[in-house]
Design a protein around this ligand. Sequence first.
Ligand code: UDP
Length: 414
Amino acid sequence: MLDVVDIGKRSLATYRGIAPDEILDELHWLSEDLRGARCMHLSSTPYGGGVSEILRSLVPLYNDLGIVTDWKLIHGDDTFFQVTKRIHNGLQGAPGELTEREKATYLANAQLNAHRLVTNSENYDFVFVHDPQPAVLAALSPHLDARWIWRCHIDTSHPNPTFWDFLSPYLHAYDAAIFTMREFIPPQLPISDVRIYPPAIDPLSPKNHPLPEALARDVLEWIGIRTHRPLVTQVSRFDRWKDPLGVVRAYQRVRPHVPDLQLALAGSLAMDDPEGWDVYEELRAATAGDSLIHILTNLVGVGNIEVNALQAVSDVVVQKSLREGFGLVVAETLWKSTPVVGGRVGGIPMQLPEGTGGALVDTVEECAEAMLHLLRRPDEAHLLGARGHEHVRQHLLMPRLLVDHLRLLKHLAA
Ligand code: UDP
């Protein structure tokens, strides 16, 4: 049996006055023909990273609309997740080869998961498979009479051929695929119905719900941050693509100009991300002895409320990624009207259009300059943040993503 993730109950009515009315209205008529349909979302981890963040909000909203929806998890041990992390990196273009042994580990695990899927699959009408970890399951489960959708959240525009040639033959079993950007569609994708849907954030989740300012400051004081001093933050899994060491170098360039500037690097260590530990240790070593740098993790209790407070109280939030699927943290931060300095990669530019939300950068030097610019000009920073908030409200809130999904389901059901 696959594990079912416990999800909460949410009502779309509570988004009235927050998300645009026309989107909420559309959801009601779109869902009419889909009521009673059964849907499953399949992923590899219940916490850590953007996919789990989205599903935790999205799945209850499906249910609120009468589409009976489960979120299930594939099983895997450390060896399996080491291979899937290599596949994830390879699909994002990292060099290297996938060994025969790694392929065998991946496929043996996938067969076990396909078996588990069959033993508790209650006739789903639609199955969404998220990311590469469970991607081969559609091909390994031909007896499940569902419409299969592969939701690829990462940048697969230039995959390392070794990895792509291994995975792509298994993808023909899908009825549709979803990518964040057209540019991410990999070469010779064997799925003809391809949709472009950017992800979204939940304005009512504990991470994004407005916190009273005094509470937000208290929360940060509690974890060792001095809120009367300026603060720059990056919130990300400890992953080399997120370039946390680059953020430290940019911060070190700014520090002589703003001597009491603090840097917070908050990172979660996820179950399907064994590499995170190495990056975390490197970061600790690189920043040892600097009391103005705070390395914070979920393991010491930095959860949704702390991330919320960091994004709300920081003077500037950085997301200096080198590769990025979307970067939900950018939208989360803009939702709190805080300006963002973001790497010009993947889905970050679409969240920071010209004159909105902050600045795009390509290098450590540009990152430092943009941080300093915003720290010295709080009025400009404030204006950019306010425009960023409105951009998120119009385009990047969860009800919009639900509209996209329901349109696809209606099309596939026809
Ligand atoms: N996140 C978190 N705590 C952390 C680091 C990340 O809650 O210490 C969350 C973050 O707020 C965001 C998600 O994990 O909701 C990361 O999503 P994103 O799209 O930015 O990156 P991904 O991890 O999917 O590459």
